[in-house]
Design a protein around this ligand. Structure first.
Ligand code: EPU
Length: 422
């Protein structure tokens, strides 16, 4: 297993190019099962989560070929069971449920379960598919879904914590081949859902209202193969924006779409960080002498502040001049990074879903443990600015979601490298 070593203290400068979005690529790969024809996807990031989705598609006996950032999928799947050993390693595996059910009228997908960021139920996924006419049972740890025919329906898809990204994805993909019209109310509006809808439309699906809470899908008989390029990753972009801010540098984040990062840009400006929106990306800078201002924020469904940026923003606020408050409203237990940031000298008090952060002058390098993807990114940001050396252990989490992070950071002037450890 590798660890990441960072020697902090270098302001990042230069340009970084953002890769394709993991959370768009994964459901789009799964949605390729909706046709027998070949789909060629471009701008697919090289990540272990993408490797896992390829393994799942191959377990279904679908043809998958990969060349650099492109993946060709021929969707004539022969098996309908997504096995535990793969699904249990990645939540997004559940995205094959809707497409398989729509095509084969049968699907068995291992129950994805909870994870380190807290409980992650799937009731909304099941509700969406049941409303379309599926009969669903949980048998020996598997979701077994069958249907004679899927029929369009009016579906309210809101849960205790609001809309759901992947439940919207599963319901929308299944509805593309259902008979009649489906209306999803309280649909997720995240750019990754919009990208999936655009992919489905390119395949011949009839979808309107994506990017709003009401998505309308008119079922069609058949979808066809397409060439499609995945949208840039707004969370990777946001992470590099915060890397520029925390180190007091200046970085052009190329390919970042300001429209996808409104809440992050707004909070950065509130904290005294310069953000300039350009046609080719976003420039973020902070003169080293300018202190970070504290703030209060709550994570919310899009276009609110993304939960996937909460941990990274906490690292920045650890160095703000004053007290900040972060309220996690999507995953109230998503705070595993707090104890690791404390090892580096931060002062954070947890009170239910609220983190109260008292800014300190400096952080110091330490041995810390990566626990999940975004928590790992938060530790990287802290390590970039900490005095001395930070060893981030178990960095396989980072490789699930950040393409070549050590190389990209090195090109911006960071002192960062990988070392093997037992
Ligand atoms: N929820 C339910 N019932 C459901 C589904 C979700 O109550 O059936 C709840 C969740 O427990 C949570 C809220 O609804 O409180 C929102 O969860 P959502 O379903 O939107 O999450 P997801 O679709 O499973 C995706 C991303 C996550 C990201 C969330 C929220 C992918 C592959 N994953 O997960 O990304 O945090 O949306 O934006 O798209 C990450 O990339 O690090 C990551 C965890």
């Amino acid at each position: 297993m590798d660890k990441l070593v960072i020697e902090g203290g270098n302001p990042l400068r230069g340009e970084v190019t953002i890769s394709g979005a993991k959370n768009a690529a994964l459901p789009i790969m799964a949605a390729s099962l909706l046709t027998d024809e070949r789909c060629v996807l471009h701008n697919v990031p090289s990540l272990t989560d993408v490797d896992t989705m390829i393994k799942i598609l191959r377990a279904l006996e679908t043809g998958v070929a990969r060349k650099k950032g492109s993946i060709a999928i021929s969707g004539s799947f022969k098996k309908t069971r997504a096995p535990y050993n793969l699904v249990s390693t990645m939540r997004a595996s559940v995205c094959v449920l809707g497409p398989m059910l729509a095509r084969a009228k049968y699907a068995e997908v291992s129950f994805p379960g909870g994870c380190v960021i807290g409980p992650r139920p799937i009731d909304l996924h099941l509700k969406g598919l049941e409303k379309l006419g599926a009969k669903i049972e949980i048998k020996s740890g598997y979701i077994v879904a069958k249907a004679k025919k899927l029929r369009g329906a009016k579906i309210y898809l809101g849960g205790h914590f609001g809309s759901s990204v992947l439940a919207t994805a599963n319901t929308m993909t299944a509805a593309t081949l259902a008979e009649g019209v489906t209306v999803i109310e309280n649909a997720a509006c995240e750019p990754e859902v919009v990208d999936l809808a655009n992919f489905l439309i390119a395949m011949g699906a009839k979808i309107t209202g994506h990017s709003t809470p009401t998505i309308k899908i008119e079922g069609v008989k058949k979808l066809c193969g397409v060439n499609y390029s995945v949208v840039p990753d707004r969370i990777e972009a946001g992470t590099y924006m915060l890397a520029a801010a925390i180190t007091g540098g200046e970085v052009l984040v190329k390919g970042a779409n300001p429209a996808h990062l409104l809440a992050v840009i707004d909070k950065l400006r509130e904290c005294g960080i310069n953000v300039a929106e350009r046609a080719d990306g976003i420039i973020v800078s902070r003169p080293t002498m300018r202190k970070i201002r504290p703030t209060a924020l709550a994570t919310l469904p899009y276009p609110g502040f993304p939960t996937d940026m909460q941990a990274q923003m906490m690292s920045v606020l650890c160095l703000a001049r004053g007290i900040s408050v972060i309220t996690e409203k999507i995953y109230p237990e998503r705070f595993i990074h707090v104890s690791e940031l404390s090892r580096m000298g931060s002062r954070i008090l947890l009170e239910g879903p609220n983190a109260i952060i008292r800014g300190v002058k400096t952080l110091s390098g330490a041995d810390v443990m990566a626990s999940d993807l975004r928590a790992s990114a938060a530790l990287v940001l802290a390590g970039l600015v900490a005095k001395g050396k930070t060893n981030i252990h178990r960095i396989y989490h980072l490789d699930r979601g950040y393409e070549n992070i050590d190389k990209k950071l090195s090109l911006l002037g960071a002192k960062v490298w990988r070392e093997k450890e037992d």
